[in-house]
Design a protein around this ligand. Sequence first.
Ligand SMILES: Nc1ncnc2c1ncn2[C@@H]1O[C@H](COP(=O)(O)OP(=O)(O)OP(=O)(O)O)[C@@H](O)[C@H]1O
Ligand SMILES: [Mg+2]
Length: 252
Amino acid sequence: MQKTAIQVKDLQKSYKSLDVLKGVNFNVEQGSIFALLGSNGAGKTTLVKILTTLIKQDGGTAIVNGFDVALKPGNVRQVISLTGQFAAVDEMLTGQENLIMIARLRHLKNPRQLADALLTRFGLTEAAKRRASTYSGGMRRRLDLAMSLVGTPPILFLDEPTTGLDPEARIEVWKMVKELADSGITVFLTTQYLDEAEQLADHIAILHEGKIIASGTLTELKKLFPAAEVEYVEKQPTLEEIFLAIIGKKEK
Ligand SMILES: Nc1ncnc2c1ncn2[C@@H]1O[C@H](COP(=O)(O)OP(=O)(O)OP(=O)(O)O)[C@@H](O)[C@H]1O
Ligand SMILES: [Mg+2]
């Protein structure tokens, strides 16, 4: 039996007269990748903030790793990590210093070894001693992800992990996220990109006008729509395929 990592029941949240979440329900299985899809302003960040104890809901319950976020926020914080929509990297510090700082804040032993292991894992060894302000967007995201893995939390929240990245960097982040899930970490991510959910998620939920309007595996969601009539036309490559072919990288 799969254990449930996150349980959300009838969750509600308003900002003054704006009802953002109007009774949201879903479960996330342990060790899976769950993608919350929604357009700008749908309430994705609001939901992530409630689940990570940064703000309180107005109604309903959310249980993370067995702890109620409203009643036991301290316990919840010990088992989660959050990579926010906007990178939390300190630009003045080097990649290595950023990681060491987090390890020290978390009172972990051997911060330097921990930092170096993560730099290797995220392909940042060569850039380790350069200020983060000199990193590309993709490198910064990778450092941000590495920072949220200091102390290996079992549940990782990623709020729009690839917004603003070029296709190559997105694929790199996807690879990282898949590896994390393979190592047993539960990943809750939000995205506006359908292809991102398609690539990564074991389970997809679509948030629209305050509610989950569809939820399931990709196969289940596809069944909701009638199969398209088969037409014989030449398959045109997508712009992403062309871009990747030109720069010499193939999507795996
Ligand atoms: N602190 C706040 N006070 C008032 N309104 C807010 C606040 N935070 C968010 N909102 C509003 O709530 C709605 C949902 O915002 P939220 O940031 O959760 O959306 P989102 O799905 O994360 O959007 P995006 O894709 O742009 O990141 C938006 O209309 C937003 O303007
Ligand atoms: Mg957001």
